[in-house]
Design a binder for this molecule. Structure first.
Ligand code: ZN
Length: 122
């Protein structure tokens, strides 16, 4: 459940939209990786000096990193959705203070206030 000063329905909708967007991102990235992987099969694997082969593997590595990031944010969004229906949404997990609505609008999946998020990165 969200604190009474937060419009839980609004944030539920916001999280839904982000999840939808992230799912689309995941499926298009998956499709790109599949294409790149199939294309790479035409290039001899034993020729490490093939410039084309290098480009393909770098491209694939980028797409794989993007896919991993998208999957991680989908998980964060799912956890935020869970907190909205159970407990703790909009409350900083580190200091226990309410997270300002303005921050939640930008990052509805966040678990920390600005100060604590900065402190964690240090
Ligand atoms: Zn905090």
């Amino acid at each position: 459940m969200a604190p009474p000063e937060l419009d839980a329905a609004y944030f539920a909708r916001l999280i839904d939209e982000r999840m939808e967007h992230t799912r689309e991102q995941i499926s298009s990235l998956t499709a790109v990786i599949r294409e790149v992987t199939l294309a790479a099969k035409d290039i001899p694997a034993d020729d490490e000096h093939d410039p084309e082969g290098t480009t393909v593997s770098v491209e694939r590595a980028n797409e794989v990193a993007l896919l991993a990031a998208a999957e991680a944010s989908l998980i964060e969004l799912m956890e935020a959705q869970e907190r909205l229906t159970t407990d703790g949404y909009g409350i900083c997990e580190r200091c226990g203070n309410p997270i300002p609505a303005a921050r939640l609008e930008i990052r509805p999946e966040t678990r920390f206030c600005v100060e604590c998020a900065a402190a964690r990165r240090r």
